[in-house]
Design a protein around this ligand. Structure first.
Ligand code: PLP
Length: 202
């Protein structure tokens, strides 16, 4: 199919979406520079995978011809026990990006609006925009999510707010007391996605 025909089939908001640009793979950097390089851009673990993870993956290789348990019952049960929550409160994704996309897709439609900040992880804006909802970006204060300004930006159309603590890429945090005040002050129809992807890293 010609590109123009494909574009005509897309909903209007889809053609305004800018794809997420990932960090260059180290092989590409090395090809470009002509010598070896160490990649720091994506905050990957420089020490390699946990040996226990490698053993667990190797052990499962003999079963990859079968569909896995799509409800991931065993792992969810263990995680629920570890966190002290019910198994139905645990959702797994291929990375937290998938969960961010799922949250947006589950709750937003083109009449809604999602809030985040302009310097936040770009997937928030992408996930909101992919649903046709309006993505509104609230300016950060001292490179940190300005929770008071985000609260003021909430309208009757706002359904979801994406914030990260600690934040990446700014590397800043807001204190628990600010978060609790923010959550208590929001209308109950507004859902907050609190992304703690960098909790352990910090
Ligand atoms: C704040 C934040 N949340 C989530 C992610 C996505 O993490 P994952 O690799 O688990 O999808 C990133 C990745 O850079 C991030 O910076």
């Amino acid at each position: 199919m010609k590109k123009s025909i494909v574009q005509g089939l897309l909903p209007s908001w889809a053609s305004r979406i800018h794809p997420y640009v990932t960090g260059k793979p180290v092989e590409e950097v090395e090809r470009d520079l002509g010598h070896s390089a160490r990649k720091l851009a994506s905050n990957e673990n420089p020490y390699g995978p946990s040996p226990r993870t490698v053993v667990a993956i190797e052990r499962s290789l003999g079963r990859i011809h079968l569909y896995p348990d799509s409800s991931v019952h065993e792992l969810r049960q263990k995680l629920a026990g570890h966190q002290g929550v019910g198994i139905n409160q645990v959702i797994l994704g291929a990375g937290s990006s998938e969960l961010i996309h799922l949250a947006a897709r589950a709750f937003l439609s083109p009449v809604d609006e999602g809030l985040t900040s302009e310097s936040a992880f770009p997937i928030y804006c992408l996930a909101i925009s992919e649903t046709g909802a309006a993505a509104r970006l609230v300016t950060m204060r001292d490179m940190t999510f300005d929770l008071a300004a985000i609260r003021r930006a909430v309208t009757h159309r706002t359904k979801i707010i994406f914030i990260a603590n600690p934040d990446n890429p700014t590397g800043t945090m807001f204190p628990t007391r600010e978060l609790l005040a923010f959550l208590n002050d929001l209308p109950p129809r507004v859902m907050v996605v609190l992304d703690e992807a960098y909790y352990d890293y910090a």
